[in-house]
Design a protein around this ligand. Structure first.
Ligand code: HEM
Ligand code: HEM
Ligand SMILES: [Fe+2]
Length: 509
């Protein structure tokens, strides 16, 4: 591991002198006219805003069940919204809104990059939009019907709730979602084709972008590899192909390529150096990430050799995350490099925040639970929720927000933004997330871990332990962080609405 880190340091030092770029004197994207299909992407962002709010609400309700048991301030909410539904919706909606924001960005970027609007592209974007609404609405309803036992066992698998975290949605919805992802790929590729055919220097980075997008879509299909009655150990294996290979493999690649690409389009990075750097990161991410999948199945009927492989390779995943501070600093200097770049301040700040959360949420909190001996005692305790929130929301949620802000910059090009509003939202979201995970969830997780080591795993999750006054107080301590984060998300949505109504716009650019 030390060798890999040394290699990375060496690589960065050697590439430093290569960094000088002649910065454009004005925003190169300022005069880009959005095509009809690019404009059609706006409604995706509206839907993301709604989903963010509903997801947050589902999280708050789930958290509240943790202290009150069944009710919501005395209202017997669990009668029609049991915890298993609020938690499932919370997790599914996280995936849905993050995915939707990325899909929207991809659809927007296609014609923006190639300067070419294929025939019926807008129609395709609209059809995909309707399909997404059907999958989101249908799968959430199905989950409710399933948990409330209104479907038979077979229909529950097909339309209801599969019972597997992150791919809770019934099989039919899963297939429809995969179809939607393929449609997204087709729409994007049609638009990108002219740019891919051009043999200029952006072709390689573009090819990497296409590969990352194809991998995201195709690997969702791994979730179809098990059936209704497949053995749990096998189903788990395939489930992690989707979840882990996404978040610790292709998503990382997608995030790196997308941010590099946007900086290149803005003329702040040279295509050549961005491409080598992205290729290098891709190799490092995938080197640890692919075999690292086994860190989720240490204890599900896995041979010891596989456990060792998983532990070793997943430990290597920390390597690229160690140097991420350098990337954050680099992005920060880019955000200060010219006058016109101020218009992109908040998308760029999101990219900086992603670096922070990649380091803390994925790197530190992920690494801490990663060795087999740690996970033997603490698998699925609150330490996992700490890592889950800090990594999934911190990295990919905030990436989704940053990408949306970038798209919105292009769709509302003529005015400066209400910095106060979007700035407050940004800081509340980030500080709220930090407070939420460190003040409440982490101490609970550590105490659960100690209880598990001393008395056994069963005890760490038992009512006797979880309902002690100290634990109740710690759980209530979620409230400050939750409120900050929730208000931040609300302000973000207020900002997005304000771009339409005007309160988020300032003087002309
Ligand atoms: C006010 C905001 C939020 C609150 C109150 C909240 C609350 C919760 C609660 C109570 C759980 C269940 C934990 C458990 O079962 O031990 C949970 C799980 C989860 N939440 Fe949130 N959450 C919030 C925001 C978010 C956001 C913004 C995301 C991602 C975009 C997110 C993603 C997740 C995930 C992935 C899990 C499953 C974690 C695991 O498996 O351990 N949450 N959340
Ligand atoms: C941005 C990248 C990452 C994201 C979005 C992410 C997300 C998640 C989520 C949501 C879970 C909860 C799964 C569940 O509820 O069962 C999880 C579990 C886990 N993650 Fe990550 N993760 C990332 C990177 C990492 C890294 C770099 C490591 C360590 C090398 C790591 C190690 C683990 C381990 C060991 C678990 C299993 C915990 C358990 O079973 O209780 N993750 N991850
Ligand atoms: Fe993983």
């Amino acid at each position: 591991m030390l060798g890999c880190i040394a290699l990375l340091v060496l690589y960065h030092v050697r590439n430093k002198e290569d960094e000088h770029v002649d910065l454009p004197t004005a925003d190169p994207l300022r005069n880009m006219q959005p095509t009809p299909s690019m404009k059609a992407v706006l409604k995706y962002i509206w839907v993301v805003s709604i989903l963010i709010l509903v997801q947050m609400l589902a999280g708050i309700i789930t958290a509240h069940y943790g202290v009150e048991g069944q009710g919501f301030y005395g209202i017997p909410l669990d009668k029609f919204l049991p915890q298993s539904i609020s938690r499932s919706w919370h997790v599914q909606l996280a995936i849905f809104w993050i995915a939707t924001s990325w899909l929207a960005t991809g659809l927007y970027m296609g014609p923006a990059i190639s300067g070419y609007e294929p025939r019926y592209q807008k129609f395709g974007v609209n059809v995909l939009f309707i399909a997404l609404i059907i999958v989101v609405g249908g799968s959430l309803t199905g989950q409710w019907l399933g948990v409330m036992q209104k479907l038979g066992l077979v229909d529950n698998f097909l339309w209801g709730h599969q019972g597997y975290e992150y791919i809770e949605l019934g099989r039919i919805w899963q297939i429809l979602l995969l179809t939607g992802l393929v449609l997204w790929l087709v729409l994007m590729l049609r638009a990108l084709l002219p740019a891919l055919k051009k043999k200029d220097e952006s072709r390689h980075l573009l090819t990497l972008f296409v590969i990352a997008s194809v991998a995201i879509a195709v690997f969702y299909a791994a979730g179809l590899m098990y059936g209704r009655q497949t053995h749990l150990a096998i189903a788990e294996y395939w489930r992690w192909w989707v979840v882990h290979l996404w978040v610790e493999g292709f998503f990382e690649v997608f995030a790196t390529v997308v941010s590099a690409f946007l900086f290149c389009r803005l003329g702040l990075l040279r295509m050549q150096s961005a491409t080598t750097s992205v290729l290098f990161s891709t190799i490092v991410f995938l080197a640890g990430g692919i075999l690292g999948t086994f860190h989720h199945i240490y204890f599900s009927a896995t041979p010891v050799a596989v456990l060792a492989l998983g532990a070793t390779f997943s430990a290597l995943e920390i390597v690229p995350l160690v140097l991420i501070g350098y990337e954050a600093y680099h992005n920060y200097t880019l955000s200060k490099s010219t006058e016109w770049i101020k218009a992109y301040k908040w998308p760029i700040y999101c990219f900086i925040a992603i670096c922070f959360w990649n380091f803390l949420g994925a790197g530190i909190f992920g690494f801490a639970i990663n060795p087999p001996i740690a996970l033997y005692y603490i698998q699925g305790l609150n330490t996992t929720a700490v890592h889950g929130h800090a990594a999934l929301f911190g990295v990919y949620g905030i990436l989704g927000i940053g990408l949306m802000l970038f798209v919105l910059r292009g769709l509302y090009p003529n005015h400066h933004w209400n910095e106060k509003l979007i700035g407050t939202a940004f800081w509340m979201i980030n500080i709220g997330l930090l407070v939420m995970v460190t003040v409440s969830m982490l101490p609970i997780g550590i105490m659960q871990g100690l209880a598990s080591i001393q008395h056994g795993y069963w005890y760490a999750r038992s009512a006797e332990f979880m309902q002690t006054p100290t634990m109740q107080t710690l759980r209530w301590l979620r409230v400050p962080g939750d409120i900050l984060l929730a208000t931040g998300e609300l302000l973000l949505v207020v900002f997005i609405i304000g771009l339409k109504t005007g309160w988020s716009l300032k003087d002309k650019r």
